[in-house]
Design a protein around this ligand. Structure first.
Ligand code: PLP
Length: 463
């Protein structure tokens, strides 16, 4: 399988080249030259596979330049860190299925992609005899998942900037208790925006970037999307076992990354296997406005109790536009340029019809989200985290008769104890993964919000 850019300036290149490139160097995003189709016969043989085995089969269709035995070892190791024997269990509660994506080391779904990406980077760097210093900024979930993806890997170090004293206690605990000399938590005296601006400026210094082999693990890396395609196939196979021939998925969305993986899976599987994808947003509803009204226009970011979805510009959306616009890179380039200058894109009636064949959407406000956590707990005993609850609220509203609804659970409720407490009057039970960190030494370096201070730190600690 070869890879091309949504803007037509790259490729075809191999999977490995694409992973190392991350963002396409023409400003676009990388995509496989075609999406493979999976036949009924193949699906029959996939029904028995364990999660890592299924990951091997699905990923093999997209990867042409890693030997099968090596890929098998990579996925086995990536998912061995999960603490549920099935890796991604489906739980039936309240008339829906909850697909728990939070059994990885940091208790959020980003582990599924980042555990794989970490082992993949290590493999590719070792093969090429090179090294990488990962640099990123976080307001919470991504940072801890990235640190756990990179820790202990050969030829890799990681520098994560977070706003000092402004990430949630659980997230700070997870990030700062990792005892690995190549994991660097930089607590910046400033806001998350300051952290992001510093990282952006450092990546813009090409000489510095080259000299220290700086790399990113952000959500636009194709390997992250690919790792996420697997669980949409997995969930469908589990429902086939129960006699269903189709499913609808509801996905709490921020960057359009997770739900784009669902779109890829929908195209791979036979017609009707994934009937529809319900895109759930919180008050930051740009994607909801796109699907329901054809209006993709920037708004102000509103902070909510589901912070990992407090996003206005969805970084993976361009990948979907490529398909919506008939795989025409010229159209994508013009569209993205126009969005950059005007801050909005509008869509025709025909385009919207096409969108709605694949997607439906709901925007769910905080009051409704808290209400769902409360009602769902009283009726089923199951505690939802606020991100999952946004999805469950949308999923319950969009159910169709005879069609199973699978809601993606993107975080463990114990990551967001304050919101859960507001909804049900008590904090969720603390999982071992969090409890065992509590007495540990915390390692972080407080730095001023200045590019030079961060660069100097990297100079001294890069591998
Ligand atoms: C990142 C994240 C999301 C949003 O995922 P996208 O891929 O950005 O759509 C939802 N829930 C949680 C808990 C997350 O960490």
């Amino acid at each position: 399988m070869k890879y091309v850019s949504t803007r037509g300036g790259i490729g075809p290149i191999s999977f490995s080249e694409g992973v190392m490139m991350g963002l396409a160097t023409d400003g676009g995003l990388l995509l496989p030259a075609e999406i493979p189709r999976v036949s009924e016969d193949t699906l029959k043989t996939w029904g028995e596979l364990t999660y890592p085995r299924l990951a091997l089969e699905v990923m093999s269709l997209f990867i042409g330049d890693i030997p099968r035995e090596d890929l098998e070892d990579l996925v086995e190791r990536a998912y061995a860190t999960f603490d549920h024997p099935r890796v991604v269990p489906l739980v039936k509660a309240g008339g829906i299925y909850i697909m728990e994506l939070f059994h990885g080391p940091t208790l959020a779904f980003k582990d599924i992609a980042l555990q794989f990406l970490g082992s993949l980077f290590e493999y590719l760097l070792t093969r090429a005899g090179s090294r990488m210093n990962v640099l990123g900024a976080t307001s919470g979930d991504t940072g801890s998942a990235a640190i756990y993806g990179v820790k202990g890997r050969r030829n890799m170090a990681i520098f994560i900037l977070h706003p000092h004293g402004r990430v949630s206690p659980v997230q700070e605990l997870q990030m700062t208790t990792v005892a690995d000399p190549h994991v660097h938590n930089l607590a910046i005296k400033g806001t998350f925006d300051d952290c992001q601006a510093i990282v952006k400026e450092i990546f813009g210094d090409l000489e510095f970037k080259e000299r220290h082999s700086l790399g990113a693990v952000n959500s636009i890396n194709w390997a992250r999307v690919l790792a996420q395609v697997v669980y949409y196939v997995w969930g469908y196979l589990r429902l086939r076992e129960e006699g269903f021939r189709g499913v609808t998925y509801t996905v709490p969305t921020g960057n359009f990354g997770n739900i784009f993986a669902g779109f890829v899976a929908k195209r791979m599987l036979p017609e009707g296997a994934i009937k529809r994808l319900v895109l759930a947003t919180n008050e930051n509803d740009i994607l909801y406005r796109f699907i329901t009204r054809g209006d993709y226009s920037l708004g102000q970011v509103v902070p909510t109790i589901s912070p990992s979805m407090d996003i206005q510009v969805a970084s993976n959306f361009e990948r979907y536009l490529y398909y919506l616009w008939g795989e025409d890179p010229v159209r994508v380039r013009e569209g993205m340029e126009s969005f950059k200058s005007k801050g909005r894109l509008t869509f025709s009636r025909e385009e919207l019809e096409k969108v709605r064949r694949d997607f439906a959407s709901r925007a769910v406000d905080q009051e409704e989200t808290l209400k769902t956590i409360g009602t769902f707990y009283r009726e089923t005993g199951y505690i939802l985290d606020p991100h999952t609850a946004v999805g469950v609220t949308a999923g319950l509203a969009m159910r169709e008769k005879g069609m199973p609804m699978v809601c993606l659970a993107t975080a463990h409720p114990a990551k967001f104890p304050e919101a859960v407490k507001r909804a049900i009057g008590k904090e969720p039970p603390k999982p071992v993964r969090i409890a065992e960190l509590e007495g540990k030494e915390r390692r972080f370096q407080v730095l001023p919000a200045r590019v030079e201070a961060v660069k100097e730190y990297i100079e001294r600690h890069a591998i």
